[in-house]
Design a protein around this ligand. Sequence first.
Ligand code: ADP
Length: 221
Amino acid sequence: MKRRIVLLGPPASGKGTQADRLSKLLGIPHVSTGALLRSECTRGTPLGIEADSWTSRGLLVPDELAVRLITGWLEAHGTTFLFDGFPRSVGQAERLDAILGSLFAPLDLIILLELGDDEICRRVTARLTCLKCGATFSPFLNGLSVHDPCPRCGSPLAKRNDDSVEALNQRLNVYRKITLPVVDYYERTAPKLLHRISAEQESDAVFDDIKTLVWENDRED
Ligand code: ADP
């Protein structure tokens, strides 16, 4: 079974939802840098306040800050993980390789969830997020409104301040310019680990494809 997994994909490709389901199934921690940053921000920590000045404009936080967050996480929790939203730039991918190399714990699976722009826009501008536990919900699928409590933890749901059309366009530009090159990076440095899955499919079908990859070649491990 794969134990060090990176999930890549544009906003609303379902990274968070799939990582959550996989984390429960495998007992591997789901680490979302976006959710970690939102939690720092809600708690008003200096790191959270600094991060919010970037995230609320749809911009990536500086590599240095994202790497600090992940290094702290690895030190506290060890080298079994499902990363959602990290690495998001070639600089972060290089730093991650160096950190994991020094721990003799290289990545063993990289999954890219692919989704077209129209569907991204439809999903993002409608979705609701729990600011406490980080779960996201689609009003289309879950029949929820901003007045309902989070079905998972009971806290209030809200629209994220970077889920507006303006911030989304900015995030998509950033994704194309800064994050898609991460896919090229892994194609060059780890082609056997990188797999693409269509996120246009229903959530269960995406999950089935992911599970196949997680257990692929297990007999040879
Ligand atoms: P989404 O995948 O929908 O864009 P996330 O919750 O993953 O949402 O991230 C929200 C925001 O947090 C990003 O737009 C970015 O500003 C910031 N962020 C998250 N992860 C990183 C990262 N690895 N590097 C830089 N910024 C990040």
